[in-house]
Write a protein that binds this ligand. Structure first.
Ligand SMILES: C[S@@+](CC[C@H](N)C(=O)[O-])C[C@H]1O[C@@H](n2cnc3c(N)ncnc32)[C@H](O)[C@@H]1O
Length: 284
């Protein structure tokens, strides 16, 4: 990834969420308040201009996204389901006693900002590349900081999670924690993904869970981006954010076991694809 520049894919996900807010029926799927908060955040951070956001909020833009959905079939709406899935898991984790939420590769996701005021007793942490994290911090500052929301600028490919969180006074290594890796793992190398799961186990207490999304692997070994995989992978590579990791769903359990986690029992969705991604939850 071109680390010195703010993430284009994070901006794309955020604007996609804003446009989903203009699609009839999506309000049933999208978490409450997400469209408004995301629209405010991208403008306040400078990630997108007010005009782009106004366009993104229009029905015309829905038509544009739908016209390009052939490239990654179902992916436009899949972002709404992805956000809903992650938020549902975070809320369920907090309900089950988690007192920390850590969002890895958070981009312009607003879950931490929205839920921090609702759950004052829970500490929320976000980590992203410095270039993206800086813009995010500017946006959150303008929207209203939360005392229990901690924004951390780090490259997860360069620094171990343990080292990143070790010096953070608010972080507890023993607290039950929900860790979110939404739309992130495909951008990391296989070594980094394995180490990241190892580290997630080290930095969190009993009863923790990792909520994540991932892409499958095709028979030729490439990440499966749908029928236009070669084109999509090329566009991502040229854009400076190539996909580096994927896994076949049937190999996921073994992979997680090797890294101190298991697939959450009874989680049928981990085997079903939404757009080009699978959703998963790992438990300790
Ligand atoms: C596709 S965006 C997803 C953003 C957010 N999770 C969402 O779903 O709205 C991927 C994010 O991962 C971040 N990222 C990628 N590689 C990273 C790394 N090595 N360290 C920290 N963040 C990284 C990017 O900066 C970007 O914000």
């Amino acid at each position: 990834m071109r680390k010195e520049r703010p993430s284009k894919t994070a901006r794309k996900v955020a604007l996609n969420i804003v446009t989903l807010g203009a699609k009839p029926g999506m309000e049933e799927v999208l978490p409450a308040g997400i469209v408004d908060a995301t629209a405010r955040l991208v403008v306040a951070s400078g990630a997108a201009g007010a005009t782009s956001v106004r366009w993104s909020l229009s029905r015309k833009m829905v038509t544009v996204y739908e016209a390009f959905d052939w490239m990654m079939p179902g992916q436009f709406e899949a972002f709404a389901h992805r956000k809903a899935f992650c938020e549902h898991q975070v809320r369920e984790g907090i309900g089950a006693g988690a007192s920390q939420v850590l969002v890895l590769g958070a981009g312009y996701d607003t879950i931490g900002w929205r839920l921090a005021s609702e759950f004052a007793g829970v500490e929320f942490f976000e980590i992203d590349h410095p270039a993206t994290a800086r813009l995010k911090a500017k946006g959150i500052g303008a929207m209203g900081s939360r005392t229990n929301l901690h924004l951390i600028a780090e490259d997860l490919g360069k620094r171990q999670l343990v080292d990143v969180l070790h010096g953070n006074e608010a972080w507890s290594l023993t607290a039950p924690t929900v860790i979110v890796a939404e739309g992130l793992l495909m951008y990391l190398s296989p070594e980094v993904v394995g180490t990241l799961f190892d580290q997630c186990a080290v930095i969190s207490g009993a009863g923790s869970r990792v909520v994540f999304t991932y892409v499958g692997t095709r028979s030729d070994g490439r990440p499966d981006a749908g029928p236009w995989t070669r084109l999509v992978l090329w566009i991502l590579k040229v854009g400076g954010e190539p996909w580096l990791w994927s896994i076949r769903p049937e190999e996921l359990n073994l992979f997680l076991k090797e890294h101190s986690w298991i697939i959450a029992p009874n989680l049928a969705v981990s085997a079903s694809r939404c757009g080009v991604e699978f959703f998963g939850v790992a438990m300790k």
